[in-house]
Design a protein around this ligand. Structure first.
Ligand SMILES: CC(=O)SCCNC(=O)CCNC(=O)[C@H](O)C(C)(C)COP(=O)(O)OP(=O)(O)OC[C@H]1O[C@@H](n2cnc3c(N)ncnc32)[C@H](O)[C@@H]1OP(=O)(O)O
Ligand SMILES: CC(C)C(=O)C(=O)O
Length: 515
């Protein structure tokens, strides 16, 4: 059985999803879960792209030791230097340098001749190799590049010291058959190909990213790149969980496997969905809510008689278990701690105590606290930053009636610790709340997007609100959960503002009175 390395780029290409904006605490939380999932390499970010991303990559490289951590760099010395500073403390420093090789990209974007592109790529790989033992080089837009040129540049880049060669389908253009041919062609025509691993990185513009990745594996790729839940630039990347489960279920056909702990898939998917704000469609393969649901009579009859009539994947394979321990208001600390561990959380004693108190408060309001409720609550607890200066909601009151103007009154504490109280009206309750918060918060705050969903089922389900805002020109997103939709809305708005603070903008927004 061939072992296929999994290169996860949820924290780099996944974060290029329009509207997704992860702070360093959230990136670290996802990184720790990717380590638990067993990825071989995680691309933690693009260190030269911003100070925030540099810090996040550095923190992940210092923390995660169970797999290789890498970062993206353009083919220039400055980007490679930044990547080294961020990654030098990782267990096995590895860089990912890229340069486009297709005529369209070389002519219009890079404005370089093919010879200049070869020279730039070779120099960059040689420069990177002076520090990094592992150097991956990607021929961006490889799948729309001239094959003979690709053979030439890949051969020279391998001679310069690259250890992995990635041939991305950057714009998701190719069919599985074409990708298969390209990989086979490179395997047969690059003279020094045995010195490197070939990698595949497919985008989903035409819905073929997973099939294309599998075709590349069938034709020589030993590394697959993708993201959890398939998030990423435009239509996204190949879903890692789909490729890994396809290799497992069809190992008779592919004769290849990954080293992933497949029963960590569902938890990883939930975490990425929650922190990125990108909901998983119910009908998504492997991790969608309906992936194991049987609706019609003939199917139900078949499954009752013999599961395999309609089920090729068992829920347990990806870590979906029936609720073994039901928690409610009469549950105690031991059961709670056990459940927290079962859900994969590792909380300090202080956070565990705080979480237990929040759980008890929730259990007083809800008949049964489900795994989904706990997952949301514990993720919030794990990713909240105690040190950061922030706005904190203390109380909220909303008056609504069909004959009245909706009015909200809110009490909060500001980042400098002072108590603030405001009231405002709006055309609806949520608008009244947001008008009030905009009065309370220093600086220009504007709502860009608002989404409401319920956590789990039932009339007492928790409300989850996801917002996108601009705060003093900075784009941010926020989440809030509560039993009540209006409270969740207020929490989400303040969370978006606090994330701007956590990311280091606090100095700019100090109240004038405190300057
Ligand atoms: C296929 C992919 O997913 S590639 C990764 C995409 N990810 C990102 O872009 C991350 C976020 N990006 C950023 O923060 C910024 O674009 C930065 C910091 C990287 C660069 O910002 P700026 O210096 O302002 O440049 P800008 O983004 O406007 O233009 C990109 C420049 O890099 C050049 N460039 C693009 N790719 C490469 C490369 N692989 N190697 C070297 N130069 C490159 C472009 O030709 C352009 O150069 P020019 O200014 O001489 O015309
Ligand atoms: C940087 C490369 C690997 C990339 O993301 C792409 O080509 O899609």
């Amino acid at each position: 059985m061939r072992k296929i390395d999994v290169f996860d780029t949820t924290l780099r290409d996944g974060e290029q999803t329009p509207g997704v904006n992860l702070n360093s605490i959230e990136k670290l939380e996802i990184a720790k879960q990717l380590e638990r999932l067993g990825v071989d390499i995680m691309e933690a970010g693009f260190p030269a792209s911003s100070k925030g991303d540099f810090e996040a990559v550095k923190k992940i490289a210092q923390t995660v030791k169970g797999c290789s951590v890498t970062g993206l760099a353009r083919a220039n010395e400055k980007d490679i230097d930044w990547a080294w500073e961020a990654l030098k403390d990782s267990a096995e420093p590895r860089i990912h340098v890229f340069l486009a090789t297709s005529p369209i990209h070389m002519t219009y974007k890079l404005k370089k001749t093919p010879d200049q592109v070869v020279e730039t790529a070779v120099n960059a790989v040689k420069y990177a190799k002076q520090r990094f033992p592992q150097v991956q080089w990607s021929a961006e837009d490889a799948c729309r590049s001239d094959r003979k040129f690709l053979v030439e540049i890949v051969t020279k880049v391998i001679d310069a010291g690259a250890t992995v060669i990635n041939l991305p389908d950057t714009v998701g253009y190719r069919s599985p058959e074409e990708i298969g041919h390209l990989f086979r062609y490179m395997m047969e025509n690059v003279p020094n190909i045995d010195k490197v691993k070939l990698s595949t990185h497919c985008h989903d513009d035409l819905g073929m990213a997973v099939s294309n990745s599998l075709a590349a594996i069938e034709n020589g790729a030993l590394q697959i790149e993708g993201t959890i839940n398939g998030i990423g630039e435009r239509a996204g990347n190949a879903s890692i969980e789909e490729v890994a489960v396809a290799l497992k279920i069809r190992n008779d056909h592919y004769k290849a496997e990954t080293g992933l702990k497949l029963d960590e898939i569902k938890r990883t998917s939930n975490l990425v969905s929650k922190l990125s704000g990108m909901a998983v469609p119910a009908n998504k393969a492997v991790v969608g809510a309906n992936a194991f649901a049987h609706e019609s009579g003939i199917h139900q009859d078949g499954v009752l008689k013999e599961k395999t009539t309609y089920e090729i994947i068992t829920p347990e394979l990806i870590g979906v278990y029936s609720n073994r321990l039901v928690l409610g208001k009469l549950s105690g600390r031991h059961a709670f701690k056990q459940k927290v561990q079962e859900l994969g959380f590792d909380l300090s004693d202080t956070k565990l105590n705080e979480a237990f108190q929040s759980f008890k408060d929730l259990a007083d309001k809800k008949k049964e606290v489900t795994d989904e409720d706990l997952f949301v609550m514990l993720t919030d607890k794990q990713t909240e930053s105690a040190e950061a200066e922030k706005y904190e909601l203390k109380s909220i009151q909303v008056q609504y009636g069909t004959e009245n103007i909706p009015t909200a009154t809110i009490v909060a504490t500001s980042p400098d610790g002072s108590r603030i109280q405001e009231a405002a009206t709006g055309s609806g309750s949520v608008e009244a709340i947001y008008n009030t918060l905009e009065r309370m918060v220093d600086g220009d705050l504007q709502l860009q997007d608002y989404r409401l969903s319920s956590v789990g089922r039932g009339r007492d389900a928790l409300a989850e609100v996801f917002v996108k805002v601009t705060y003093e020109g900075v784009e941010s997103s926020g989440r809030g959960t509560a039993q009540d939709v209006l409270e969740a809305s207020a929490r989400a708005y303040l969370n978006a503002v606090n994330r701007v603070y956590i990311n280091g903008f606090q100095k700019k927004f100090k109240r004038t009175a405190n300057v």
